[in-house]
Design a protein around this ligand. Structure first.
Ligand code: IMP
Length: 199
C-alpha cells in the first residue's frame, strides 16, 4: 500500500465503492468513524463542494489524518435539477430509498425518454496538512420508466447509463465503479494523492 486515507461518511454503500475505486491505486480507505466519532457534519446545502469540504475539514481537525469528504446527488433536468443537493433528504427525513424512487417515477410519469435526462454529480474534498483540494465527477444518463436491478444503493435502480441502456443497479458494482460520478471524482483525488502526498 502506498498510503491510507479516511473518508468522512457513515454511508456503507459509498465507503464500499470508494474502497474499490482506490484499491487499484494502492490507496487504502477507512471510515473516519472507525478511529474517532467526529460527530455528524451538518450539510449546509449551499454547494456540493462546501458540504464535502466541511466533512473533510471536520475529519482532519479531529484526527490529523488525511481526510476525504464527499457530497453527491442526482440532478433531473425535467425537475429543474431536483433532488440535487437535497438527494439524501428528498421526500422527507424518513423516506426510504424505495420511497424516493417511487416519488421520482411519479413526478416523471408520462414524460418521454428524451426529457428524462439526468446526471449524478460527486464532489470530493481532500484536507491534509498542506492544504485543501476539490475534485468533481459527473455521469450523464436518464431516468428509467421503472426500477430495475438489485446492485448498488440510492437511486441506482432508476439511473440508466446510456451506452448500455441499463441501470447502474443492473450493471453492477464493477461496471459502476469504472464509469460513475464517484469513480471520476475519486480517481482524480487518487492521482493527486500519488503525485503530491504519497511519494
Ligand atoms: P449525500 O452525499 O450523503 O448528501 O447523499 C447523496 C444522496 O444522493 C444519496 O443518499 C443517494 O440518495 C444519492 N446518490 C448519490 N450518489 C449515488 C449513487 O451513486 N447511486 C445512487 N444514489 C446516489
Amino acid at each position: 500500500m502506498k498510503g491510507e486515507v479516511y473518508l468522512v461518511t457513515r454511508n456503507e454503500g459509498k465507503l464500499r465503492e470508494v474502497k474499490d475505486i482506490l484499491s487499484p491505486f494502492s490507496i487504502s480507505v477507512r471510515s473516519i468513524y472507525e478511529v474517532c466519532d467526529v460527530g455528524t457534519v451538518e450539510e449546509k446545502g449551499e454547494s456540493y463542494a462546501l458540504n464535502a469540504l466541511l466533512k473533510a475539514r471536520r475529519g482532519f481537525e479531529k484526527t490529523g489524518k488525511i481526510s476525504l469528504g464527499e457530497d453527491s446527488g442526482l440532478e433531473v433536468d425535467y425537475l429543474e435539477g431536483a433532488p440535487g443537493l437535497y438527494s439524501a433528504r428528498w421526500g422527507g427525513e424518513n423516506a426510504s430509498p424505495g420511497d424516493k424512487i417511487s416519488l421520482l417515477l411519479e413526478l416523471l410519469q408520462g414524460v418521454p425518454q428524451q426529457k428524462r435526462t439526468a446526471r449524478f454529480v460527486c464532489v470530493v474534498a481532500l484536507v491534509w496538512e498542506r492544504g485543501e483540494e476539490i475534485f468533481r465527477g459527473v455521469c450523464e444518463g436518464y431516468i428509467a420508466e421503472e426500477a430495475r436491478g438489485e446492485a448498488g444503493f440510492g437511486y441506482d435502480p432508476i439511473f440508466v447509463f446510456p451506452p448500455e441502456g441499463k441501470t447502474f443497479a443492473e450493471l453492477g458494482s464493477e461496471f459502476k465503479n469504472r464509469y460513475s460520478h464517484r469513480s471520476r471524482a475519486f480517481r482524480q483525488s487518487a492521482e493527486f494523492l500519488l503525485r503530491e502526498v504519497f511519494h
